[in-house]
Design a protein around this ligand. Structure first.
Ligand code: FAD
Length: 477
């Protein structure tokens, strides 16, 4: 039987949202437990080199991290609360199941890396704050399953965690501002970025200038990246996409094309980049919804087509006592995640109080900016046209685009659940985390985005993480 930790407030995730929630909850008087799959706090945004010191931050050199002083401040308060015994920190553990039994939330955990030796614990809490973040959204294209093709966030993780690069010559493609720090980070770390291909156009921001002006820091960040691009002579090509990755045993080059506003390839614009060893794709992020969905949280579609949890102004979900913060309420960046985490932590610590949320105007401004960003950088409507019938979509179960469209057109598989049963797409090791969005689009039809119901059934995973049979058998009920 695993150790049981009983607290007032449990927090899942120690990224920007989770760290902020834990600090706010403990500073509002609650006993807190934080479960995080990472080995040290920071999440995706503040992922950093392994700490050796104690408490560990002073010796870490950030690699292109933004908001590092915010991290150091939250981290100092987090470490102080741990030292005072007010926060129980459980790193290296993944919550594979969350239950709501009676008045308590119960979290079952397993070692995030089987060989890590992290001892699983069960956490029981009166209130729960879920801050599990998200992961890179991927779209399949011919050749994307070759070695050397990576999620843009994966390339960045190499740099942030280890200060090393996974290759020498890069092409970065997709859409959204996230392509900029990835390319800038590669160049600053010594890699050659042959091109950044952005499928959208700067003019897409024109209808959203007011929302953009509400967060002026983002424009300054953009200017800093532009300076890095100029210094390293990185070409930034808008309305351009990768149409095919070339190579036999690994990525060796890419074929690209210009596209119109809908993402339709413009004939006669093909171009080839040779001698490429890493291709990084970023099509936005997918919020990690399995824990909220398993606890019955009401969801909605966000402007970027993602399924997100619905919250009130204090970050409480439709399930009383369950709060959400960060990417799971809508992809909006680290500053918004921190603001939401602070609100959620304080509210979870004092659910009966009517103390108003701090900084509601800042939260609203960042949410408006995020909506503008999603509208300016959509997944191109015509992306399904880039596939050929033999393009693999579900890599775990080796299901092709042709098999999926056949199941849709011949067998009526128009949502992800029926698609799974007819083709096994999304039934492998990753449980649709990589192919789920693309499969749901394909089953909805050409040019279509999936509806909330289809995405919710894709996010419904009885186990939020793989867990050994032995651990399942050892459960105490
Ligand atoms: C790979 C990647 C790179 C990014 N880089 C940038 C960037 O350069 N610039 C930028 O502006 N934005 C970036 N973003 C977006 C930015 O990270 C987010 O806006 C911000 O980190 C959101 O904070 P969060 O706390 O919601 O989530 P995260 O920072 O993702 O933190 C979530 C934490 O929860 C943990 N977790 C998840 N599920 C479980 C579970 N079941 N059990 C236990 N722990 C769990 C994760 O391990 C992680 O530590 C990136 C996102 C990703 C995915």
């Amino acid at each position: 039987m695993s150790t049981v930790v009983t607290v007032d407030v449990a927090v899942v995730g120690a990224g920007p949202a989770g760290l902020a929630a834990a600090v706010a909850a403990t500073e509002t008087g609650a006993r807190v437990a934080v479960v995080d799959a990472g080995n040290q706090p920071g999440g995706q945004f503040w992922r950093h080199a392994p700490e050796t010191g104690n408490p560990g931050t002073a010796d870490v050199q950030p690699h292109g991290h933004h908001g590092w002083s915010t991290y150091l401040d939250l981290r100092a308060r987090f470490d102080a609360a741990r030292s005072a015994g007010r926060i129980t920190y459980l790193p290296g553990l993944q919550v594979w199941m969350a239950q709501h039994s009676g008045d308590a939330f119960v979290l079952r955990t397993t070692a995030a890396v089987a060989s890590s030796g992290a001892t699983p614990a069960t956490v029981a809490a009166d209130r729960l704050v879920l801050c599990p973040g998200g992961y890179d959204r991927q779209l399949p294209i011919p050749g994307w399953d070759l070695p050397g093709v990576m999620a843009a966030g994966g390339i960045q993780a190499f740099i942030k965690a280890n200060g090393v690069l996974p290759g020498k010559r890069f092409v970065i493609a997709g859409t959204g501002p996230f392509l900029l720090p990835v390319a800038a980070g590669i160049a600053e770390a010594g890699g050659k970025v042959l091109a950044v291909l952005e499928s959208s156009s700067p003019s897409a921001w024109l209808p959203h200038l007011r929302a953009a002006a509400g967060v002026p820091g983002k424009a300054l960040e953009g200017m800093a990246y532009a300076a890095v691009f100029a210094r390293h002579r990185i070409p930034y090509r808008t309305r351009n996409i990768v149409t095919e990755i070339l190579g036999t045993d690994r990525a060796e080059g890419v074929r690209t094309a210009r596209v119109d506003a809908a993402g339709r390839v413009r004939p006669g614009t093909a171009r080839t980049y040779a001698d490429v060893d890493v291709v990084g794709f970023g099509w936005g992020f997918t919020p990690q919804l399995e824990l909220p969905v398993s606890l019955g949280v009401e969801t909605r579609l966000d402007a970027d087509g993602s399924l997100v949890g619905i919250v009130d102004e204090r970050q409480q979900s439709s399930v009383p006592g369950l709060y959400l913060a960060g990417e799971v309420t809508g992809v909006g960046g680290a500053t918004l995640a921190v603001l939401e985490g602070l609100a959620a932590g304080a509210a979870a610590a004092r659910p009966e109080s009517d103390v108003p949320v701090k900084q509601p105007a800042a939260i609203a401004r960042h949410r408006r900016f995020a909506q503008a960003m999603h509208h300016a950088h959509p997944v191109p409507a015509a992306w399904q046209d880039w596939l050929s019938p033999d393009t693999t979509v579900c890599r775990c179960e080796e299901v092709t685009a042709g098999e999926i469209t056949e199941a849709r057109d011949q067998l009526g598989a128009r949502d992800i659940r029926s698609l799974k049963s007819f083709t096994r797409a999304g039934m492998g090791w990753c449980q649709g985390r990589v192919c789920g969005f693309a499969s749901a689009c394909l089953s909805a039809g050409p040019g279509q985005m999936p509806d909330a119901g289809s995405l919710a059934s894709s996010a419904k995973r009885p186990l939020a993480a793989p867990v050994g049979i032995g651990e399942l058998a050892a459960q105490d009920g």
